[in-house]
Unconditional design. Structure first.
Length: 172
């Protein structure tokens, strides 16, 4: 149950802000009695990016964890979609490497996002994200197709969404 082809069973929950990632990771953590790691504010410097990419890779390799985003995926999507491509090649390389570990990836998507403002959020950045939700989601889809990840698409507002997700995970 919940083992992927590499024997790891780390779950990575990704998606645009406001899609229900944090709530889903908490639900999964409680249900599977697993440790949950939250990405928190996006790393700003290259040293911070490298640090978090390495930490997330360790978490994936350790297994038995649930990650609310990983820097290699989310930073790549947000930075390339919203205009900053400074670390694009590094992030793409590390996203592809992370994909090779075959973690279970859940991509959250809903038609009516509800972004919970956090103390570290920049209101202008939140507004920019909300204006580009579809573009960001397509960037996630493109990245995952490019690096060979087949995510489970999850809409928390769908009928019996969590129960259906648990069934999919248990059938893996």
């Amino acid at each position: 149950m919940l083992r992927n082809s590499s024997g790891h069973n780390t779950i990575i929950v990704e998606g645009v802000d406001g899609m229900g990632k944090s709530y889903l990771t908490q639900q999964l953590g409680e249900h599977f009695k697993r440790e949950v790691f939250t990405c928190g504010p996006a790393p700003k410097t290259f040293d911070e990016i490298k640090y978090w990419v390495n930490e997330h890779e360790k978490y994936v390799l350790d297994g038995d964890k649930i990650l609310d985003r990983v820097t290699a995926f989310s930073n790549y999507v947000y930075k390339t979609t919203l205009g900053a491509t400074v670390h694009r090649d590094f992030l793409h390389y590390r996203a592809k490497r992370l994909a090779s570990y075959d973690a279970i990836v859940i991509l959250c998507k809903t038609d009516t996002p509800t972004h919970e403002i956090k103390e570290y959020d920049d209101p202008k950045q939140v507004e920019l994200i909300m204006q580009n939700i579809d573009k960001l989601h397509r960037a996630y889809e493109y990245l995952f197709a490019d690096i060979g990840v087949k995510p489970i698409i999850y809409d928390w507002k769908a009928l019996d969404a969590f129960a259906n997700l648990l069934k999919q995970l248990e059938d893996m």
